[in-house]
Design a binder for this molecule. Structure first.
Ligand SMILES: Nc1ncnc2c1ncn2[C@@H]1O[C@H](COP(=O)(O)OP(=O)(O)OP(=O)(O)O)[C@@H](O)[C@H]1O
Ligand SMILES: [Mg+2]
Length: 190
């Protein structure tokens, strides 16, 4: 029954890029949650303050459960709200992490408004996706991968290792500590 790898993390860390390559190279079936939510019409409007789509979680969960029932190759499900995948299918959840200083550049480059950049940086610093994954799937199912300084191929290799059980246990990445040590924490407190 456990036929699914979840790849989650804050927007911009590289989930979709990595998941597509793993699907191509390793033969997974790929479910991109953003696309599935759109296709399944599981978007119930837009939050005007946050400029982000509101997900109809119940509907999305039903669609995912329907898809994951199929026999055959394993699935990768990727998205920043990976915790919507029913835990009974989840063999492993990999949380991609990225130094907030790099993430900030990426999100600004994407053209996100400052409030949305800040919201996502806070989420990364507070380990939001990690916490959600551990709550949903249990500590033993979750591993972190620090993408900082890894080029695309090395990141793909690290995520593949984590899928196979070799990675950083939850709690390994600590941006507050690292930023503080490097005198950069004040840039992220407001
Ligand atoms: N290892 C890497 N090194 C440098 N840039 C990368 C790397 N991985 C991804 N990127 C770039 O970062 C950007 C974000 O990647 P991607 O769209 O895969 O993120 P995501 O986690 O899926 O974000 P979202 O949650 O918003 O869908 C892209 O422009 C991608 O090319
Ligand atoms: Mg994506």
């Amino acid at each position: 029954m456990k036929n699914t790898i979840v790849i989650t993390g804050t927007p911009g860390v590289g989930k979709t890029t990595v998941a597509r390559e793993l699907a191509r190279a390793d033969g997974y079936r790929l479910i991109e949650l953003n696309s599935l939510a759109k296709e399944a019409r599981a978007l119930s409007g837009e939050d005007p303050e946050r400029g982000a789509a509101i997900i109809d979680e119940a509907k999305l969960k039903r669609e995912i459960a329907k898809a994951l029932k199929a026999d055959g190759p394993k699935f990768i499900v990727e998205g920043h709200y990976g915790e919507v995948v029913p835990p009974r299918y989840v063999e492993r959840a990999v949380v991609i992490r990225l130094d907030p200083r790099i993430l900030r550049l990426r999100l600004v480059e994407r053209g996100y408004p400052p409030s949305k950049v800040d919201e996502n940086l806070q989420a990364e610093i507070l380990d939001s996706c990690l916490v959600n994954a551990v709550e949903a799937f249990g500590e033993e199912a979750v591993l972190e991968v620090d993408a900082t300084g890894l080029d695309f191929q090395r990141l793909v290799a690290s995520v593949r290792e984590a899928i196979n059980g070799r990675g950083l246990p939850p709690g390994s990445v600590n941006w507050v500590e690292r930023l503080q040590k490097e005198g950069a924490l004040h840039d992220f407190l407001r």
